[in-house]
Design a binder for this molecule. Sequence first.
Ligand SMILES: [Fe+2]
Length: 213
Amino acid sequence: MTGNVKELRMPGGARAFIIDGVYSKPDLVRELGLRAQKWEEPGAGKFAGHETCRGYYNHALVRRLESIVGAPIRIDEKRLVFGRFRLSRQGDIAPTGVHIDHSGWAAIVYLTPDEYVRGGLGIYRSVDPDLDAVPDERTLKELGYTSLLDFDLRFVTTRSTDTRAWRLSDVIPGRYNRMVVFEGCKVFHGVSELYGDIAERGRLTQNFFFDLA
Ligand SMILES: [Fe+2]
């Protein structure tokens, strides 16, 4: 694992980091993803396209994530995807648009060559009420939500694919061999664009969801 860690500014004080050149041999990792044998059925998840049946990672990657977030992490593959490849193409149906994650943290490694890649990680704000990020506990209560889960179910999920409910505030470009690590439970986010007619030109990522130990 290589690359320098750069901290990003995120709405609502959410923490986020960007690491360019994260894998020392990204072409091998990309091949591993593209050549993976076992994939879930397309549409089995809430995201566009499909993902591999298992995660791919090693101790070096776990240690790298821990050094980035500055704390030990907890991996729970029964509940949370960790290291699976996701592949989508232009025109794939995306059941989920804007969302928040059910883990404290998420890491995405972008593995599509720069000549094909479009967009990246979209960061959104809610139009009504005007919220730039997930409100703190006190504000959630004032808005009439009993918990973060209640807010997710009744506010975020119901508006997820309603384009009028959200304004795109930023896009972190999905450059080749870039890892974005962020507190996905605190910011409204989603895939900003789908692209590619065939797998080799489509959106290939490796996704990790985890909590601090
Ligand atoms: Fe997410």
